[in-house]
Write a protein that binds this ligand. Structure first.
Ligand code: NAD
Ligand code: DAU
Length: 336
């Protein structure tokens, strides 16, 4: 596994993973294969753009010809698939692209992995495939009960991956991550949205009563966990990656306001997300047994994240001032 194809590598987690791998290993090359949708941004990869072990290929994972061309050109021996439509609210408005990329796109990559005989196909999945979990913690053997078009399409991708392991002996691994936070997260996801709104003294729209539980993991810890599964995970296996720490949306929002010295009057309850999953909670002991642990707890992760957005205003102001962002914001929030 020396020549990695990192699909979706211009997005939030994929860009952090690309940096992580190039900074950690001197003998890997990374080809980022990305369509550059609204969420893809080459500025996320600026710190590695001069690295001779890195190259960028613009393409759609649903386009088998483009995928095959990149596989051949860069002598790929492992695929790590981050490429997806990822925002639950958008999946409620326009589900078609989620089914296309997250299910059909996964199929195209699996076919390429099979045809080129890669050493590993790794799928980046999500704790949302287990659905809302009101008690206990989801283990990797639990039933999949996704409740949004986003989580249903991710679950479809996972099942396809497992079918390629069973039917074709493809060396597949899957990780299911919890809510990531950190540098380069597109500011429509709740944490960067709340931080950047608060910096500008704008309201923080809290869906419903704000008591929903999420497990916020620093993206660096997620990347280290994915790397650990690539090195030590068993093929055909699924590994949950998260912190096990639960935080309500209200507590998360209050922490952001406190770190920025902003008043709680900025909290604004708005109409809830339809089908809003109240709680995700994963059991991470299987990954922990492979000798991986989180370096950040919630307090440290949110502190580092707030600092990054304070220090990198140029990055997010460019996005938030664009017409596409403003159009999405109006569409999602004006009806609330
Ligand atoms: P993101 O939305 O920030 O980035 C997605 C990237 O995929 C973008 O660069 C986009 O251009 C690219 N992309 C989208 N469709 C594509 C296509 N058809 N072909 C090629 N590239 C395409 O996403 P993220 O938050 O970094 O999430 C990455 C992966 O991790 C996703 O698979 C997501 O389901 C999973 N995940 C995310 C989280 C989270 O908290 N963000 C948690 C667990 C799992
Ligand atoms: O759990 C992992 C998942 O986490 C990933 O698979 C997804 O790709 C990622 O987007 C994230 O999904 P969520 O739906 O949990 O994230 P989001 O940032 O959209 O919302 C987090 C919580 O905050 C959720 O309970 C909804 C709430 N929320 C969100 C927004 C955008 C608000 O209260 N107000 C908001 O404006």
């Amino acid at each position: 596994m020396k020549n990695l194809l990192v699909t979706g590598g211009a997005g939030f987690i994929g860009a952090n993973f690309t940096q992580f791998m190039l900074n950690t290993y001197s003998d890997v090359t990374v080809t980022v294969f990305d369509k550059l949708t609204y969420a893809g941004n080459l500025e996320n990869l600026a710190s590695v753009s001069d690295d001779l072990r890195y190259q960028f290929y613009q393409g759609d994972i649903c386009d088998a010809e483009a995928v095959d061309k990149a596989m051949r050109q860069f002598n790929i021996d492992a695929i790590v698939n981050f490429a997806a439509e990822t925002h639950v609210d958008r999946s409620l408005m326009e589900p078609g692209s989620f089914i296309q990329t997250d299910v059909y796109g996964t199929f195209v990559l699996l076919e390429a992995a099979k045809n080129f005989g890669v050493e590993r196909y790794h799928q980046i999945s999500t704790d949302e495939v287990y659905g809302e979990v009101m008690t206990g913690r989801s283990t990797e053997n639990d039933n999949l009960e996704p409740r949004s078009p986003y989580s249903a399409s991710k679950a479809g991708g996972d099942l396809l991956c497992l079918s390629y392991f069973t039917s074709f002996d493809l060396p597949v691994t899957i990780t299911r991550g919890s809510n990531n936070i950190g540098p380069y997260q597109y500011p429509e996801k709740v944490v960067p949205l709340f931080v950047t709104n608060a910096i500008d003294n704008k309201a923080l729209p809290i869906y419903g009563d704000g008591s929903q539980m999420r497990d916020y993991q620093h993206v660096q810890d997620h990347c280290a966990g994915i790397d650990m599964v690539l090195r030590k995970g068993q093929v055909g296996e699924i590994y949950n990656l998260g912190t096990g720490e639960e935080t309500t949306n209200l507590t998360m929002a209050q922490s952001i306001l406190a770190l920025l010295g902003k008043p709680e009057s900025l909290l604004q309850p708005v109409t809830d997300r339809p089908g809003h999953d109240r709680r995700y909670a994963i059991d991470v002991s299987k990954a922990g047994a492979l000798e991986w642990e989180n370096r950040y707890d919630f307090a440290a992760a949110i502190d580092a994240t707030v600092k990054w957005y304070v220090d990198n205003e140029d990055w997010w102001r460019k996005i938030k001032s664009g017409a596409a962002y403003k159009e999405y914001y109006a569409k999602n929030y004006s009806r609330r």
